[in-house]
Design a binder for this molecule. Structure first.
Ligand code: APR
Length: 231
């Protein structure tokens, strides 16, 4: 069975990392226009760098939760299971998951001004503004800012189009093109959504099995049922 797991900030909420649009979400505390758009980077790069330094420090202090661990169990039981995430944290990888497609970048890496994907690793939490990429340009967070291209979106669509089962965890499905991944499922693909809230499932609502639970309980129960049914 070809399984794809598509995650958003909700899968890391119980690891202590804030979501974006919930009541106390990140975008309640910071303006996207100040720290997460291409114009913001051009206007005030140092503010962007310090915003992501703070995110990075939180990420390094966080630990994978039972949902990340269950997704790793799923990947081990069903070889070929792919994970596509909108998250910039590395909690999937730290839970032992592999081959994770990060649509919106990775907080543990930096990039230059030329290539969207030629990254360099960052040791520790702090990027020093002014350091340069091997290509000579200024280093910046390896984050897809609003208004920028999503380099791995086509790959994510190709992966999703082959799924027999798409498990969507902890995303409001508000941000495009990532949220449009549901449109790339084939007609036989089953969709399970694990979210205590109401993501914007649009006309997929009638195709979706909605497990209205937090990730740390909902995902393990879905994974354990799948493993039981496919012993
Ligand atoms: N378990 C599961 N889901 C949860 C939990 C939880 N414990 N807590 C909250 N959620 C759900 C919310 O109900 C909501 O549907 O997680 C989702 C969080 O939605 P957003 O905050 O919009 O996060 P996300 O969908 O990942 O945002 C997408 O927007 O700002 C950009 O680049 C950023 O990747 C991000 C993108």
């Amino acid at each position: 069975m070809n399984i794809v797991v598509f995650t958003g900030a909700g899968v890391s909420a119980e690891s202590g990392l804030g979501t974006f649009r919930d009541a106390d979400g990140l975008w309640e505390k910071y303006r996207i226009e100040d720290v997460c758009t291409h114009e913001a980077w051009l206007r005030n790069p140092e503010l962007c760098v310090s915003f992501y330094n703070a995110r990075r420090r939180e990420t390094l202090a966080a630990k994978p939760n039972a949902a990340h661990e269950a997704i790793t169990r799923l990947q081990r039981h069903f070889p070929g299971t792919r994970i596509i995430t909108q998250n910039i944290d590395d909690l999937h990888e730290r839970a032992g998951s592999t081959d994770v497609v990060h649509l919106h970048g990775e907080i543990t890496k930096l990039r230059g001004q030329r290539s969207e994907t030629d990254t360099v690793p960052l040791e520790g939490w702090e990027q020093h503004y002014g350091d340069r990429h091997p290509d000579g340009t200024l280093l910046r967070p390896y984050i897809v800012f609003f208004g920028e291209g999503v380099p791995y979106f086509e790959e994510a669509c190709r992966i999703t189009s082959k799924a027999d089962l798409l498990i969507v965890v902890g995303t409001s499905l508000n941000v495009y093109p990532a949220a449009s991944l549901l449109h790339y499922t084939n007609d036989n693909c089953k969709i399970i959504v694990v979210d205590p809230g109401e993501p914007a499932m649009g006309d997929y609502r009638n195709r979706v099995v909605h497990v209205k639970e937090k990730a740390s309980t909902g995902v393990p129960s879905v994974v354990d049922a799948l493993i039981r049914e496919n012993q």
